[in-house]
Design a protein around this ligand. Sequence first.
Ligand SMILES: [Zn+2]
Length: 262
Amino acid sequence: MAGWWDTHAHLDDEQFGTDLPDVLLRARAAGVEQIVAVGITAASSRNCLALSQRHDFIHATVGIHPNEIQQAVPGDWEQIRQLAQSPQVVGIGETGLDRYWDKTPFSIQQEWFARHLELGRERNLAVVIHCRDAENDVVLMLREAFERHGPIRGVMHSFVGSLETARACLDMGLHLSFAGMLTYKNAANLREVAAQVPLDRLLVETDCPYLAPVPHRGKRNEPRHVLHTGAELARLHGLSPDQLAEQTSANAARLFGTVKHP
Ligand SMILES: [Zn+2]
């Protein structure tokens, strides 16, 4: 049996207070072999790194989420840059653009997204990209980076965009990661897009504790539920869940690099 990667989990979220050890045990028992713990603030990035140092199946990303920028204090970015040098850090982000929540002036979001892209390039780490109601804006900034520097090492996380956006991102070298929405009844369009993504660019994630897939929709999400999204993605591609796990895990290992605890 091939193991799964949950490529996007907010393991340091307060919803995983005291029972995180149980959550991790359940994930491992269900066949989730690797988890990427994604930072959203300087403090959260530190927590994710600490988790990755305690467990060799957890990998960390460090960054400041577009909706958290207003809470950042001087020195936070320098800390992200410093954390990014740790060997357990496999990615930069979560970064990106968000017009839905409107928590940070858009031009400031763009400035921070550009910073994260640059840091990812500098350290040759995958950039973890959040995009909500801002597809064109994200593609525009990615294209600018792509035209200057070539293919972008990174992932459009919890992808819900159009086929056109998917193609634009794939053309620039990005991976697309699908979360629980793929299993929702009203997500026929998203399933159509997911079915057309080349196998070697697919990833799966939970984005837990949010966005639990069917049949856990509405409850706290956790890494083991990645299997439901994975099964749906397998069905869309005419593969067995095991084949899909093998493929997406190989993709994740390649994208994030698995140089762990050297
Ligand atoms: Zn996230």
